[in-house]
Design a protein around this ligand. Structure first.
Ligand code: ADP
Ligand code: 5GP
Length: 210
């Protein structure tokens, strides 16, 4: 039975390469914050550790988890399946841990629609510009041009989902972006005042989608 001592669910979504994984990893270092480790059928990147960054599984295993209704949410993203299993999340929340999700808009919608009895705060992360996004993707993907092109093409579709999130934050300087998110989380938890300007965000989205 959920209580006031339960943790909070915090979702970070973004177009690929905007920096949500980096931000989730930073936030997870805070006391009482833990990451929901997703399952995925995609191949690990060279710098990724199995069972820490993701549970890397076969499509067969993933489908078994779907059939056993073990997912709180799951989605197909870039031809691979990704999902968050329910039990570890609920266990953490019941122990008072705040749970961070690095998931796409489809997963965020599913969790929102479940209307669980836990507080939910959703963030959408945007890059400062498309040029900078391209640079970040190129660095991360080790110049795998096909992946970079695919993710840049997807950008204009992904960015449209910003409207469904509680807060949209621009990841220009990493430290500043992290602090902005943390202040908003603290304000939400303590019913404090929020330093947030929706008009500025709307203008930034217009620039990105022009
Ligand atoms: P996402 O999870 O949104 O796809 P990542 O967190 O993997 O994005 O970030 C994409 C790349 O950009 C990574 O190489 C990361 O180190 C880098 N990066 C993230 N935030 C910043 C920032 N504020 N300034 C410069 N580089 C960044
Ligand atoms: P990547 O392959 O770059 O790690 O992730 C690709 C996309 O899948 C990102 O938008 C990421 O947030 C999303 N993703 C990662 N894990 C999950 C998950 O468990 N569920 C959903 N719905 N999306 C996820």
């Amino acid at each position: 039975m959920p209580t006031n001592n339960d943790g909070v669910m915090i979702i970070l979504s973004s177009p690929s390469g905007a920096g949500k994984t980096t931000l989730v990893n930073l936030l997870s270092k805070l006391e009482n914050f833990e990451v929901s480790i997703s399952h995925t059928t995609r191949q690990p990147r060279t710098n990724e550790q199995p069972d820490k960054d993701y549970y890397f599984v076969t499509e067969e295993k993933f489908k078994r988890l779907i059939n056993n209704e073990e997912f709180l949410e799951y989605a197909k993203v870039f031809n691979n399946f990704y999902g968050s299993t329910r039990t570890p999340v609920i266990d953490k929340l019941n122990k008072g841990k705040n749970v961070l999700f690095d998931i796409d808009w489809q997963g965020a919608d599913q969790i929102k629609n479940k209307k669980l009895d836990y507080k939910l705060i959703t963030f959408f992360i945007l890059p400062p510009s498309k040029e900078i996004l391209f640079e970040r993707l190129s660095n991360r993907e080790m110049k795998d041009k096909l992946i970079v092109d695919e993710r840049m093409r997807q950008f204009s579709r992904d960015v449209l989902h910003w409207i469904n999130y509680d807060y949209v934050v621009i990841n220009d300087d990493l430290k500043k972006c992290y602090t902005r998110i943390l202040n908003l989380i603290k304000a939400e938890m303590n019913n404090g005042s929020k330093d947030y300007d929706p008009n500025y965000i709307r203008k930034h989205v217009e620039k990105l989608t022009f």
